[in-house]
Design a protein around this ligand. Structure first.
Ligand SMILES: CC(=O)N[C@H]1[C@@H](OP(=O)(O)OP(=O)(O)OC[C@H]2O[C@@H](n3ccc(=O)[nH]c3=O)[C@H](O)[C@@H]2O)O[C@H](CO)[C@H](O)[C@@H]1O
Ligand SMILES: [Mn+2]
Length: 330
């Protein structure tokens, strides 16, 4: 017979509960009063622990083999996280590229970020675009600021996507290192739907790609040609990380962008382009420089994908877009 994991869990808690109850009755009959009181206290703590296990996440893995947390709904206390981080007066930089027709995504991105992203923190958005006049004016809450930085356009989306590493590296050198403590680099073709808070902060942070979190390593679309600097052999790899979200301390992200930029340029000199451009290089970097925190696919869902039962909250997702219409090339 097949039971779902929730039913199994419920039956297990029921059986343990019955045993505890029987235990109480036995001790009540057999022991003196002081002993009974002690046992009652221990029993109450045990029941609390069992209830905690029942309500916390047992259906997902919430830690990596190198002991970095994987953030899922139900694995952290948002109020406690807020109390800890809000007293630090942190500034979070957020880079977003809107080159060519992608400026059309900015309005929803920024408006939903104002509702859900790092609410009550200092946030500095850095919008990189070739169309500064088309950047919409969005009302920002107190403590939030937006800079527009002009970048060249391109007739290849692969180049726009991949050049982000170099441009972010330069922006950190010129400006961001003096203006922020943490940084997140996000895709613009996305919307926020629910809390994305300080639980996501860490030295080096990556998100598990929504299409690969249930897949085995052999399915990961890493770059498999040894000629590329993004190469990952078949028997290596921890997770498949999405290129649409990475972050961490400004210093650590600076090193990441610098290494990926150099490798992208080395590949270009050798006339090789990794399977998924900067996403391939990001995956290679994170294999040998383990992230200190992973975000579950709640932080990078895809609107094309049906919600799975592990995903209790979608916090940020890629919107459905017409690739042929929006990109400069196919
Ligand atoms: C389904 C699919 O194809 N996924 C890949 C695709 O993701 P995506 O479909 O998410 O790529 P995308 O078109 O969103 O491009 C990434 C980001 O680059 C910026 N941008 C891109 C093109 C443009 O004309 N203007 C512009 O501003 C924009 O911020 C966008 O969010 O490409 C990435 C590029 O490495 C990754 O490899 C992904 O795995
Ligand atoms: Mn995207």
């Amino acid at each position: 017979m097949h039971f779902s994991s929730n039913v199994k869990q419920f039956v297990l808690v029921l059986i343990v509960g019955i045993f505890l109850l029987l235990g109480y009755v036995l001790f009540y009959i057999l022991y003196d009063r002081k002993e009974r009181l002690n046992r009652l206290i221990i029993g109450t703590i045990q029941s609390g622990l069992i209830l905690f296990c029942f309500f916390s996440r047992t259906d997902v893995v919430a830690v990596t083999p190198w002991l970095a947390p994987i953030v899922w709904e139900g694995t952290f206390d948002p109020d406690l996280v807020d109390i800890i981080y809000k007293s630090m007066n942190l500034t979070i930089a957020t880079t977003v590229f809107a080159v060519g027709k992608y400026v059309r995504f900015l309005q929803d991105f920024l408006e939903t970020a104002e509702k859900h992203f790092m609410v009550d923190f200092n946030v500095r958005y850095y919008v990189f675009t070739d169309r500064p006049d088309d950047v919409p004016s969005v009302n920002l809450s107190q403590g939030r600021h937006l800079s527009v930085i002009q970048v060249p356009g391109s007739n290849r989306w692969q180049e726009i996507s991949a050049r982000r590493m170099e441009i972010i590296q330069t922006a950190i050198e010129r400006q961001i290192s003096r203006e922020a403590d943490y940084i997140f680099c996000l895709d613009v073709d996305s919307k926020f739907h629910a809390r994305w808070g300080a639980e996501s902060l860490g030295r080096l942070v990556a998100v598990i790609h929504p299409w690969f979190y249930q897949a085995t390593r052999d399915r990961f679309t890493y770059e498999r040609r040894p000629a590329s600097t993004a190469y990952i052999p078949m028997d290596e790899g921890d997770y498949y990380y999405a290129g649409a979200v990475f972050g961490g301390s400004v210093e650590d992200v600076y090193t990441l962008t610098k290494v990926c930029r150099n490798q992208l340029e080395e590949d270009a000199r050798n006339s090789i382009e990794a399977a998924w451009q900067e996403e391939s290089h990001l995956n290679r970097y994170l294999l040998y420089n383990k992230p200190s925190k992973l975000l579950s696919p709640e932080y990078q869902w895809d609107d094309k994908k049906t919600k799975t039962k592990e995903v209790k909250v979608i916090r940020f997702s890629s919107v459905i877009k017409n690739y042929a219409e929006i990109r400069p090339n196919v």
